[in-house]
Design a binder for this molecule. Sequence first.
Ligand SMILES: [Zn+2]
Length: 247
Amino acid sequence: MTNTLAEVPLEQITRFYEQAFRDLNRESPVPAVDVSYYPYVGLNQTIRVRDGKVFVRIADMCRDMPAEPHRALAYILVAKLLRRRVRAEANRIYDEYISSEEMRDRSSDRKRSHGRKIVTTSKGEVYDLDEIFDNMNFWFFGGKLAKPVLTWSVKKTYRILAHHDATHDTIVVSKSLDSRSVPRFIVEYIVYHEMLHIHHPTVHHKGRRYNHTPVFRRDEKKFPRYQEAEDWIERSVRKLKRNAKRK
Ligand SMILES: [Zn+2]
């Protein structure tokens, strides 16, 4: 693929992100933003927070995207990060660009040439645990929680949805949750629970081990949709299992 159009300079794109933070999050100072292109297969754009810095990765195939859709994408990604509603105008501008025939062709060309999608263990088919961890870390731990190894389980387990292995500093999340039928906030809640195990290590008292201490339970309820998440898990785990068996 040859690129005949001029690229919008990364510094200019970075300013779009800074502006989006300024507009969408007036109460807080604008964070440092690092924008780069990344050889994602297909149109994958990501935003994440690490150590208080915001990292934006834009799919390689958008290198010649004009300034306007870049600006729209900045508002879309920042709104997602901040859990704000995405402005309809931003969606319209960005969608118009990516649904052009040229972009659709590129997308399918790249998928063919790359063959099978490369799946790392933290990046599932639907949810990226790494990204979810970073966002939870930003919102609930001020970005200060040390990152463990994050991985989807190899098999779909239903009784145990996730666990934190302190010896190997690993959070394993059941593959059964990497599904479009599972809302994002459920995966966030489950990752958040495991993060609390890092934040509140096991207490040993008179020969017994306490994992879910009162402070742990108190923090768990800080998750904004705590009760909704608990109810969903209660209701849905059996259903997930039935659906899996049917396949
Ligand atoms: Zn637990």
